[in-house]
Design a protein around this ligand. Structure first.
Ligand code: PMV
Length: 333
């Protein structure tokens, strides 16, 4: 099946219905995977090889307003700047919106604001596609179920399916070829002391997109099958650690999951290496501090930046050791 068929299946009789409002706004948080998604079993529908687990970042994310406009084409504003219609970002959004209509008779102004650095491995596409799907749902009054919203967001970007929820979220791998059982569900446990530190070591766009990097890893790394087995193991440990608020167990499993993912990438051909010298020195600093007794771990996505994992009691120490870190408490509002 292709993406448009999945959209039509989910919308059913509501497909092609006219919008209910003239404009709608929605917000979705970005999310950081503690147990990563790396590799697709279906490139078109963004179906993963394994399940994954993330934490959403509260008020760090994307707010999108969709307004119906009298125009022959969509217009996109990103963080107050109008984008050229031939930019990669605009094309990706327009292609996604086209999935929702058999023929386009209406066009949108898509005004999107994000408070996270775009394309620096901080999953801005995840919150972006989730916010867009939520805004469409409001505009057309579809009132879709959360798992259907999660599937629609996945069609835009895999990890976006987890951004439909706040808190800890599990993206279930599913088994069906059409992916209708492959969506994210919330894990109800909260953990008010849980902190994430965004450590930006470079604002540069990532040199290789996650789609291409995943495909290359699956196709060429001899370690790939070991990686996917490890994910199932890590996932079980992380879920138990969340349940029991066992921070060292969670930190060790999340860090080891991230380093294994990056090792698998490095064993691809041509090798993929997102770390910069500044990434390596920050990793060494985390390890040194841990050797001195600090309960501090890291995770890293498809980019050079790190996300530090720690508890509120160590907040001041972390801020002192990493003066540029931006600290987020996902459960504190
Ligand atoms: O959803 P994508 O294509 O941006 O891929 C996300 C991949 C990682 O961020 C590295 C891992 C994850 O699970 O979020």
């Amino acid at each position: 099946m292709d993406k448009a068929e999945i959209v039509a299946l989910i919308l059913g009789q509501q497909y092609n219905r006219m919008p209910y409002h003239r404009a709608a706004t929605a917000y979705a948080p970005t999310n950081i995977a503690l147990c990563k998604y790396w590799g697709k079993r279906d490139q078109v529908l963004n179906l993963p090889v394994t399940s994954s687990l993330s934490i959403s970042l509260g008020d760090k994310g994307t707010t999108t307003t969709l307004t119906i406009i009298d125009s022959e084409e969509d217009k996109v504003i990103l963080n107050q700047k109008a984008l050229a219609k031939d930019s990669v970002f605009v094309k990706r959004l327009v292609d996604f919106l086209n999935l929702f209509f058999s023929q386009r008779s209406i066009h949108f102004l898509i005004d999107t604001q994000t408070n996270i650095p775009t394309a620096a491995g901080l999953a801005s596409s995840a919150s972006g596609f989730a916010a867009l799907v939520l805004a469409l749902d409001k505009l057309f009054s579809w009132a879709l179920k959360p798992h259907d919203l999660s599937i629609l967001a996945r069609l835009g970007s895999g990890s976006a399916c987890r951004s439909i929820w706040q808190g800890f979220v599990e993206w279930q791998v599913g088994h069906r070829l059409d992916g209708m059982d492959c969506y994210a569900v919330p894990i109800t446990h909260t953990w008010p002391d849980f902190c994430i530190g965004l450590l930006i070591v470079s604002q540069q766009e990532k040199y290789l997109g996650s789609r291409e990097a995943m495909q290359r890893t699956v196709a060429t790394s001899v370690f790939y099958s070991a990686w996917s087995r490890k994910v199932n193991h890590d996932l079980a440990i992380i879920k138990r650690a969340i349940n029991q608020h066992d921070f060292p167990a969670l930190g060790c499993a999340a860090e080891s999951n991230a380093t294994a993912m990056h090792a698998t990438m490095l064993s691809a051909w041509p090798p993929i290496l997102y770390a910069l010298p500044a990434t390596v020195s920050a990793i060494r600093q985390v390890w040194d501090l841990r050797a001195q007794g600090l309960s501090l771990y890291f995770t890293q996505d498809a980019g050079p930046n790190l996300k530090l994992l720690f508890l509120t009691k160590d907040r001041d120490t972390i801020q002192r050791e990493f003066p540029t870190v931006e600290i987020i408490q996902p459960f504190k509002r």
